[in-house]
Design a binder for this molecule. Sequence first.
Ligand code: PDD
Length: 288
Amino acid sequence: MTDVYLNGIFMNADQARISPMDRGFLFADGVYEVIPAFNGVLFRLNEHLLRLQRSLGALQIPNPHAADAWQALCKEMIGRNGGGNISVYLQVTRGAPDKRDHGFPVPAVPPTVFMATSPVAPSAISNSATAPGAAAIVAEDIRWARCDIKAVALLPNILLRQQAIAAGAVEAILIRDGLVTEGSSTNVFVVKDGRIATPPCTPRILAGVTRELVVELCRNHELPLVEREVTKEQLYDADEIWVTSSSKDALPIVTLDARPVGNGRPGALWKTLARRFLELKRAACSIA
Ligand code: PDD
C-alpha cells in the first residue's frame, strides 16, 4: 500500500477520504501536475511548479503552497514510497463547500490538495538502439478551447486514448481544423527531410515540460527545429514522428493508423535526440 498526501496529512492510500461535495468530484474544478523523479531526484520540478501556478491562476484558485513547500512535499512523497523512478501526481481543486453551485463558493473554502505516486517504467530513450517504437492513430481533437490549462477535466482525452487502445495503439494524435495539436496526453514532433517541427504553444495545446526540454536539446545540439503549424497531410507524410511527456520522455511513433511512418523503425534524428536526452537526464538526476 502506498502513502498519499491529503490536505496536510500523509496517510495510507486506503485511509484517504474526500467529500462528495468536493468541486473536483462534482465539476472537475481543479488542476494537476505529474512530476517525474529518476533515481529519487525530481526532474524539471521548477518548470512543473510554474505551470501549476499558471493553471491555478487561470482558474483563480489560490496556490496553497509556495515552491519550496511543494518541493518538500514532493520529496517526502518520494521518500515514503520507495524512491527510484517514480512520478508524483498532485491535484488541487477549488475545495468542498456545503452546497453545489456553479459559481465559485462565497466565502471561498480551502482548496483540496491531493498527492500520490506511481512507478515510472523505463522509456524508449533508455535503450534507443533497440527501442521498437510505438503505434498511434489520428483522431479529431474534440477538447475545449483552453487546453493550455492542465485541468483535471480529461473526459475527451480519456475517450481519445481509449480509441487508440481499441486500435492496438498507444496514443491518439489530434487534429483541429486540419492542423496537428498534440496527443491525448503528449506533445507531437514531426521530422521531414532532416528538419524537425512541433506545433507552437497556443491555448490549443498544453505547453509540455518535456516538449520544452526537447526544443532546448534540439537548439543546444544543432538539430534543426522550428515551432510551426503541422498539417494533417504533413503528419501522414512525416519521415519520423515523436510524442513527448514526463512519463514517456520522447517516444518514436513507427506506425500511424496502421501504416508505417518512414521506414517503420525509429529514425536517425530520434536516436540522436534520445542519446542527448538520456545524457541530460543522467546528469540532472546523478545517475551513474
Ligand atoms: N500528461 N499534452 C497533454 C494533453 C498532456 O496531458 C501531457 C501530459 C502533455 C505532456 O506534458 P509534460 O511533458 O509536461 O508531461 C502534453 C500527463 C503526463 C498526464 O496526464 O498523465
